[in-house]
Ligand binder design. Sequence first.
Ligand code: FE2
Ligand code: FE2
Length: 285
Amino acid sequence: MADKTLLFHISDIHFGLEDDRSLDWVMQEIAEKRPAAVAITGDLTMRARHREFSAACSWIRALDVPVTVEIGNHDLPYFNLYERFTDPYRRFHAIEALVERKLDLPGLAIVPLKTVRRWQPRWPWSHGWVTDRALERALAMIDRLPKGTRALVACHHPLVEAGTHGKAWTKGGDHALAELAKRKVLATLSGHVHDAFDIVSETPEGSVRMIGAGTLSQRIRSTPQSFNEIAWDGATLDVRVRSIADVPTKSMQVSEVPEDAMPPRKPDEPVAPVGAVPRVDPPVH
Ligand SMILES: [Fe+2]
Ligand SMILES: [Fe+2]
């Protein structure tokens, strides 16, 4: 490991509903392994409350290693719509102030790509959206990198679906991914769906590796809390998903009610197949 650059990719801590045991574990791992950087791909908070951002700041500061942070859909004001429209990133700025601008990653750069919006002409506003402006900004950063430096593009939403239970529905994601393929980025790093993945996605311009980190919150979906350890040796990117593993599946919490959720059945009620429409007999006259 001596000649490899180690990164920790963590996501969706959701302070306000964080998982303390997972956070203690990750902090311990960071203290022992001293990664060159920790990339956090959004949803630091649950509802963007001031106390949640303050907890996030304290935790990040205590890591004592360089950190990059992307904004997630949960990090925009949720209760204060006036602020959400007029100054959506104000609360997040306190976190950005902690972020390292200069990372010591030989031949590697972490480039941010914003995938959240203060509002969208569709519901819910939690879905991903890559605006032209956000994409242009990220592409310009990639194009300005020194020759030979490879880009890891950090964003909150997966740009296209990655086969996870949770979906990102990222508008403009296909186009963004194709533009990243043109520039031969090393990979995208994302969160949002709360389950880890490491896949290769095809675009008309070539393929892009997509790496997703799970969650460190109590809001687990299909898998227990996890994070990614990424090692770069100048030629190969190795991804290891580190899972806390012993969280029982029955404690799983999801942010949306599944489509097949049924109300509790009364003891004498016949079992209807999932998705069946209850049969109503025509009235007898
Ligand atoms: Fe999340
Ligand atoms: Fe999210």
